[in-house]
Design a binder for this molecule. Structure first.
Ligand code: HEM
Length: 397
């Protein structure tokens, strides 16, 4: 319950899967009285909740005392327009339709050569041994890719990355202090100013980047306001940067801890796409998502009132023994890759194709450069709902 299901708890941080397995064995769905939410660990129920078209995602519809209420703009002293993640249809659909063209698998495949080039450049810049692969590759790659997609100049990318990290860490942390909130708000304001300047430049002189596409986007007579574009840009950072960094970090760690799988991937590089799916299942960067009950109901046997919060444990679902054979085994040839790591239904991760390509290219570039690799040390971050490494030191021997 509560803190015991967050990385602030030492046991959970070291091995969330052992803690979740125990929760799953006791009760597949139960009321967490500390955070006031129903917590779901059952794969079938998680899938059903995510795909339920009536449930809500807008925290303004959540009961005042529920877990989801912490995402309400009034609770966060947030003047921004809500992003699509926290909106229901028709507003959600409208925003998603205006940006989704840039993120389809076909659009992302066109970016693959440039993503490969950036990954190879970052990898070839590694000169020390051992080296922190998070700092050298996993962290900069998604920031550079999304910055280039948005048309942000190279000189601004380092600031852009630092502000987006601070903003994300504060956003999802239910234990944030006043100081954290102030730091998050300051980083958020700087990012907003950067986006507003980008939008101003593109309104005068549109290009082919995603900011221009949002400025020019039209669905019938509908266009996006500056506030809405700023909010979408923020969501792309919050939702896309740290998560992709974590996929690369967690995936490499799994390979280092399973040398036979590492050798298999080296001998059959064509397995990279399936290997990344298994990395997503085995150690997902996002460990939970949520919905709000639109009416009184039961979720996998646990009653919930209208406006109550439902947290679905993607991490527990991904290791559900009722679905996956040997769920705790990392197997890059696993055929069932029905993981829930990108959520589902209307809010299914918009950036899934991009995250997949970035992780595939980063890991392929690292393995191509270093013929032998071993794990030196690592350090976990403590953002609730996420799982990822601050540092992952590898040695090339
Ligand atoms: C491995 C990396 C990533 C993971 C594990 C991940 C995971 C998720 C999850 C779990 C959700 C919520 C889905 C739901 O509740 O049904 C989500 C939503 C979202 N993600 Fe990702 N994400 C990743 C990368 C990205 C990237 C690279 C981008 C864009 C640049 C992105 C953009 C979004 C957006 C915009 C949403 C909201 C979609 C909506 O509300 O319709 N994500 N992601």
């Amino acid at each position: 319950m509560g803190v015991a299901l967050t990385p602030f708890d030492e046991a959970y941080q070291q091995d969330p899967y052992a803690v979740l397995k125990q929760a799953q064995a006791t009760n597949r769905s139960y009321f967490d009285s500390e955070f006031r939410r129903v917590f779901v660990t059952d794969h079938a129920a998680v899938k059903k909740v995510l795909r339920d078209r009536d449930m809500w995602s807008d925290p303004r519809k959540a009961s005042q005392d529920s877990f989801s209420a912490m995402f309400r703009p009034d609770q966060r002293d947030d003047q921004r327009e809500p992003s699509m993640l926290f909106l229901d249809d028709p507003q959600h659909k409208r925003l998603r339709n205006l940006v989704n063209k840039a993120f389809t698998p076909a659009a992302v495949e066109k970016l693959r050569p440039r993503i490969r080039e950036i990954a190879q450049e970052l990898v070839s810049g590694i000169e020390s041994d051992p080296f922190d692969i998070v700092a050298h590759v996993a962290a900069p790659l998604p920031a550079i890719v999304i910055a280039e997609m948005l048309g942000i100049e190279e000189a601004n990318i380092a600031n852009f990355k630092a502000w987006s990290d601070t903003s994300t860490a504060t956003f999802f942390n239910p234990f944030r202090s006043e100081d954290d909130l102030a730091a998050g708000a300051e980083a958020g304001a700087k990012l907003d100013a950067l986006f507003r300047e980008q939008i101003r430049l593109r309104r005068d002189n549109p290009g082919t980047d995603l900011t221009s596409a949002m400025v020019l986007a039209r669905e019938g007579d509908d266009t996006l306001s500056d506030d809405e574009i700023v909010s979408q840009c923020n969501l792309l950072l919050v939702a896309g940067n740290v998560t992709t960094t974590d996929l690369i970090g967690n995936g490499l760690k799994a390979l280092m801890e399973n040398p036979a799988q590492l050798e298999l991937l080296r001998s059959k590089p064509e397995l990279i796409a399936n290997a990344v799916e298994e990395m997503l299942r085995f150690d997902s960067p996002v460990t939970q998502s949520g919905r709000i009950a639109d009416k009184a109901m039961e979720v996998a046997g646990c009653p919930i009132h209208q406006g109550g919060s439902i947290s679905v444990s993607l991490a527990a679902a991904n290791r559900d023994p009722l679905v996956f054979e040997d769920p705790d085994t990392f197997n890059i040839e696993r055929e069932d890759t029905s993981h829930q790591s990108f959520g589902g239904g209307r809010h299914f991760c918009l950036g899934a194709p991009l995250a997949r390509v970035e992780a595939q290219e980063a890991i392929a570039a690292i393995l191509a450069r270093f013929g032998a690799l071993s794990m030196h040390s690592f350090d976990y971050r403590t953002t609730p709902g996420f799982r990822g490494l601050n540092e992952l030191w590898l040695a090339a021997q």
